[in-house]
Design a protein around this ligand. Structure first.
Ligand SMILES: [Cu+2]
Length: 343
């Protein structure tokens, strides 16, 4: 097989070489010099440009139509709606400019194709033009940046909600631990020297406020319509807590605590009834069935979005958004940390 491909390649190279020789020989029969560009050449290239322009812009819209239904469902958090709106404005704006400039580019390449006897105007400088293409992009960019900064400020201000839920996300190679403050509503302090098999997040066992803390693996619950304040820590390298459905992401950096807050506005079961989510999951399950895998239901996920090592891809946790009642019930069933307290 490899030999056949090799022989094929050699034959192809010989064929191309022979073809070039034929082309070179045929040039001698043409009138004029071979490097002279004729009106016929220009006309052919102009039309080819126009045709390519149509195909190019057509392909752009085709891709939106073909892949658009694979994007994330609408935001499931209050601030996420703002991020989605900002994203939409930006995409509409750049798509409009993209289509317009490319349409003009290819049309002008066709319209102003070379013609014998016609020379291009030489334009050294034009203040008016310079002004237009400086001021218009500057105004548009300022608009985008001001909106982005305003939203970013709203999103990253410190939480002031007294009814908020505080959860710590502890990252290490390669898993997550969610820590809830117990009845005292205070997360116990930590001490990295106390990290061991039974104390994976390094709780300071001398601090009594940590004894009722709750440590959760694999799947954690949050209540809907309440502000959730995350405090992120990392044991080893920089990880990134990414919760795409809530439009939330924050780095987890060793030696410091980073925060991110959001208010989920749709429970997991509400999201599973969303028509777009149903259609998205049907597509995913179709692929899974073909591969002989079990179908899955929609779930919110916490992922690591920093390439943090060999098992980075597996660093994830399911998030369940519950009603207030279900959340309380779930939390009451979870075990408390208690080490020194029980001794
Ligand atoms: Cu990671």
């Amino acid at each position: 097989m490899k030999l056949l491909i090799l022989i094929g390649l050699v034959l192809l190279i010989i064929a191309v070489h022979q073809l070039m020789r034929v082309v070179e020989l045929s040039r001698q029969f043409k009138k004029g010099n071979e490097w002279t560009v004729t009106d016929k050449d220009n006309s052919f290239n102009g039309k080819a440009m126009l045709l390519f322009g149509f195909a190019f812009i057509g392909f752009f819209f085709w891709q939106i139509n073909r892949w658009g239904d694979n994007s994330l469902p609408g935001a499931a958090s209050e601030h996420g709606l703002k991020i989605d709106a900002l994203w939409d404005y930006n995409m509409y704006l750049v798509s409009f400019v993209f289509v317009l400039t490319n349409a003009v580019l290819f049309y002008y390449a066709y319209k102003y194709k070379g013609k014998k006897g016609i020379q291009a105007t030489f334009l050294a400088h034009d203040n008016r033009l310079e002004m237009i293409w400086t001021i218009v992009p500057a105004v548009v960019l300022a608009f985008i940046i001001i909106f982005g900064l305003k939203y970013w400020n709203d999103i990253t201000t410190r939480s002031t909600d007294s009814n908020k839920v505080t959860i710590e996300l502890y990252a290490k190679q390669f898993d997550w631990t969610a820590r809830y403050p117990g009845k005292d509503k205070v997360l116990g302090s930590t001490d990295y020297r106390q990290i061991d098999g039974g104390n994976s997040v390094g709780l300071d066992t001398l601090d009594a406020t940590g004894h009722d803390d709750i440590l959760i693996k694999n799947e954690f619950h949050i209540p809907v319509n309440r502000e959730i304040e995350f405090k992120m820590r990392s044991r080893d390298v920089i990880h990134s807590a990414f919760m795409p459905h809530f439009r939330a992401q924050m780095n987890c950096v060793p030696g410091m605590v980073t925060t991110f807050k959001f208010t989920p506005n749709k429970t997991t079961s509400e999201m599973r009834k969303d028509p777009y989510v149903i259609q998205l999951m049907a597509g995913i399950n179709e692929v899974r069935t073909k591969k002989g895998e079990e179908p899955v239901e929609f779930d919110y996920t916490l992922l690591c979005n920093k390439i943090c090592g060999a098992s980075h891809y597996n660093m994830q946790m399911t998030i369940i958004v519950d009603t207030e009642k279900d959340y309380k019930e779930w939390l009451s069933k979870q075990k408390q940390f208690k080490t020194l307290a029980s001794k």
